[in-house]
Design a protein around this ligand. Sequence first.
Ligand code: GAP
Length: 448
Amino acid sequence: MPAKVDMDKIVSLCKRRGLIFPSSEIYGGLASCWDYGPMGVELKRNVRDAWWKSIVHERADVVGLDTSIMMHPGIWAASGHIDSFTDPLVECKSCHLRWRATEIEDKKCPKCGGELTEPRMFNLMFKTSMGPVEEEASTIYLRPETAQGIFVNFDNVITTSRKKLPLGIAQIGKSFRNEITPGNFIFRTREFEHMELEYFVRPGTDEKWLDYWVKERFDWYLKLGIRKENLRLRQHGKDELAHYARDCHDIEYLFPMGWSELEGIANRGDFDLIQHAKCSGRELGYYDAEAGEKYVPYVIEPSAGVDRSVLAFLIDAYDEEEVEGEKRTLLHLHRSLAPIKVAVLPLSRNEKLTPLAKEVFNKLCPNFVTDYDDSQSIGRRYRRQDEIGTPFCVTIDFESLEDKQVTIRERDSLAQIRVPVEELGKILEAKLKGEAFDASPLWATREK
Ligand code: GAP
């Protein structure tokens, strides 16, 4: 089934509504780099928080970590990234565009049809140098994954956290890859954010835990509103496994350009701990006190991209419908992901309405991310909130001054209820938590 929205519409909505801007725009932009605007930064943070909540806070068997982007270069030699983190690169002899050999179908340049060079291996790590005197500075790399920061801290965490295996260590942070062909908006960029869990288990239980995490992670996207028909699983063939992986399953999403990887869940075996023990000279094993034995744990790794998840959530939430003969564009974002939870909208800028509207805003904003907007017509303000996925708008009108009631308008159904100002916080809290607050007898009209 084709995706219902093309990427241009998503890019244009993101620009128009302050979600995502092209980076360095006033200087003509920088290819495949993007900046998150006021709405985008909230959405991205909500995606990270939802992941951290489900992976770290809601579990007793996972702890968090935040390691540095620049690490000892020996780490990348041990992990195999210096030798094996490469893509085969081909160059067009006519237009000199470069391509990943794996995306070329008929040995011709996809842009101009020109002849291509033989593939050569291209390392995707960004190099830089550390130290004030250039000649003496040592070469270091910007991390291409956050995972290695976790492996080299395994012993620190095990000896300080008083936890037993199975134990997960989670990290969210920036990664950098000098991708040959970045593109498709924020799908593939050279700077992006990883959400990675390394889950350490007893060898022999690894296959069971791999199945467990594949299901957990698939369900996470469903719980946050992604439609099931737009998600699927794909197991890697033996010939496409990364150098460290024994097995890997991708969660794929139906992006506008077709089914593509959203997240990978790999069984890394004991590859990384063995390598780091060998290259650092430090023992990296685990003593299982109950069984009275020592072993090197195996690792199950669910690894997702924040930006790629943001893109999938945006695409899945995008909708256009007709209301009373007018087109309405909206994002059906899950309430926990929506950048703004509640918008307070006085019917007009009339000075009589402002004090009550401000009072309502001040009451709500300590508890929910709340917007206040009194410019332009109420219809246009509703449309703006719909386009950024705000689940609830609260309208203050002249009647509100008399009866101290305001109108809540629901984004998806367009239904409206009038509620007393004192009840407003309680009602919104229940609705935003997804609790069964039965306001249905109160919902009166679909917006005209
Ligand atoms: N530590 C394992 C690892 O990094 P990966 O399959 O290369 O595995 C995991 O990356 C996830 O990170 C991908 O599924 C994707 O969501 C995200 N990702 C990887 N490269 C990316 C890029 N260049 N731009 C945006 N996201 C990327």
